[in-house]
Design a protein around this ligand. Structure first.
Ligand code: NAI
Length: 449
């Protein structure tokens, strides 16, 4: 009998396994594919690897701005993809070795939840039975593919985030359905390497969950780089390589060598026996409380399978909350200070309330904002680049939201997460000394406005 059985080896499952093993729980983890889950194998890591190649190429193309001259700048698509595969293999091996170091038993196979008794939860995998005192479900999510007429007939012209990562050749043109995070990261990559990119978005703006001023800035930057955007546009049919969409009561059509569907992801709750122990769902994901407990005793869920914050770092933290509670340290999950990043070039990073959500939630707020050009380091390294930092505070002067567009927003946002998590006020933050010169100083400049 194991102390903890985990189904799924993504950022929720493998982090929970590592932490639990470290605390001397006996842990068994089932994974049907590769350790690392979507994040490591077909999400965060492979896309960041591709995007770094694209950024290196763009930097070389525009190096003359910095007094550096490179001749015959070109790229090799196959090598870019091969490098991505090498990085993924290396990191998957790293996760496997962490499992070993923490005495986690890993079984490759598809686990099915069979039943729960007063003493244990029974799991079946590869025709063997396994028993655990506790079960943590981390089965993740999968790309949502909507019912669009003609989609099934379009064959391998239509891709999700999984297939697009393994293209053998660069498509000359790409139509992206859905201007969310996945859509914009692939738009950025393919635009950088010269593919003709069109983004079709149903809502009035791309990156719907982000601050709309910043999303509009990003769209403007990419429009200038040559991406065609169609907003308020609803796809109605796919006809081979053609995508037909309705915009302002007219039907328009764009054509692409490939078509990427990136209209959201759905929690993976089917096919592994949740119903056998009566686990309750809510809005398509597993219903959990703030300790990540499901309605069934000793059964927990973490990560995308809960269906509401589909981010790797949320998943890992949720896994930690489960392990802390199992090992005698009371812990609660909260979501006010979860950062999000869009790894376009420039990057967009955000945490907390946007102006839109503050209004929706009836929060009185104040906004301070400053162009990133007020940071000396930003100007030195991002010549001519656009950037903006926005800080939202509530009536008590506490920081409730921070939104940054400009490089390297992804690396500087975490400090502001701490401010929100700790409910720091502007005057408390103003005492913090930032290293100079850094782009992060823009936050300090903004909060002094
Ligand atoms: P998303 O929810 O971010 O964006 C989907 C977009 O598609 C929305 O803007 C939506 O309005 C639009 N849409 C939906 N149906 C449409 C239709 N029929 N026609 C045109 N537009 C349509 O979902 P996405 O980009 O697929 O990403 C999935 C999840 O993965 C997200 O929750 C995201 O947070 C996560 N993710 C996070 C990343 C990061 O942290 N950097 C990177 C990639 C994914």
């Amino acid at each position: 009998m194991f102390d903890l059985i985990i189904i799924g080896g993504g950022p929720a499952g493998y982090v929970a396994a590592e932490r639990a093993g470290h605390k001397d729980l006996s842990v068994l983890l089932f994974e049907k594919n590769m350790m690392g889950g979507v994040c490591l194998n077909e999400g965060c890591i492979p896309t960041k690897t591709l995007l770094y190649s694209a950024k290196t190429y763009e930097n070389a193309l525009h190096a003359d701005k910095y007094g550096v001259f490179a001749e015959n700048v070109h790229f090799d698509f196959e090598k870019i993809v091969a490098r991505k595969n090498k990085i993924v293999r290396k990191l998957v091996a790293g996760v496997n070795s962490k499992m070993q170091q923490n005495n986690v038993t890993v079984i490759k196979g598809e686990a099915i939840i069979e039943k729960r008794t007063a003493e244990s939860i029974e799991i079946q995998c590869n025709n063997e039975k396994y028993f655990g005192k506790n079960l943590l479900i981390c089965t993740g999510s999968q790309a949502f593919v909507p019912q669009i007429e003609g989609l099934n007939e379009a064959g391998d012209t239509v891709l999700t985030n999984r297939e697009i990562l393994n293209l053998k050749q660069q498509p000359q043109s790409l139509v992206i359905i859905g201007g969310g995070v996945i859509g914009m990261e692939f738009a950025s990559f393919y635009n950088s390497i010269g593919t003709e990119v069109t983004v079709i978005e149903m809502l009035p703006e791309i990156l719907g969950n982000n601050d709309s001023e910043i999303s509009a800035m990003l769209r403007d930057i990419y429009s200038k780089k040559g991406i065609n955007f169609h907003l308020n546009a609803k796809v109605v049919r796919i006809d081979g390589n053609k995508v037909l969409f309705e915009k302002a009561d007219a039907i328009e059509c764009v054509e692409g060598e490939k078509i990427l569907i990136s209209v959201g992801r759905r929690a993976a709750t089917d096919g592994f026996g949740l119903e056998n122990i009566g686990v309750e769902l809510f809005k398509g994901g597993i219903k959990v409380d703030e300790k990540m407990r499901t309605n069934v005793e000793n059964v927990f869920a973490a990560g995308d399978v809960t269906g509401f914050s589909l981010l790797a770092h949320t998943a890992s933290r949720e896994g930690e909350v489960v392990v802390n509670n199992l090992t005698g340290k009371e812990d609660f999950m909260h979501y006010e200070a979860i950062p999000s990043v869009v790894y376009t070039n420039p990057e967009v990073a955000a945490v907390g309330q946007t102006e839109e959500t503050a209004k929706e939630n009836g929060i009185e707020y104040e906004v301070k904002k400053l162009p990133l050009a007020y940071s000396g380091r930003f100007v030195a390294e991002n010549e001519g680049g656009a950037g903006l930092c926005k800080v939202l505070t509530n009536k008590r002067g506490e920081i409730i939201g921070v939104h940054i567009i400009g490089n390297p927003a992804s690396e500087i946002i975490f400090g502001t997460c701490m401010a929100i998590e700790q409910k720091l006020t502007l005057s408390q933050w103003q005492k913090v000394v930032f290293p100079h010169p850094t782009v992060a100083e823009i936050i300090k400049e903004t909060i002094f406005l």
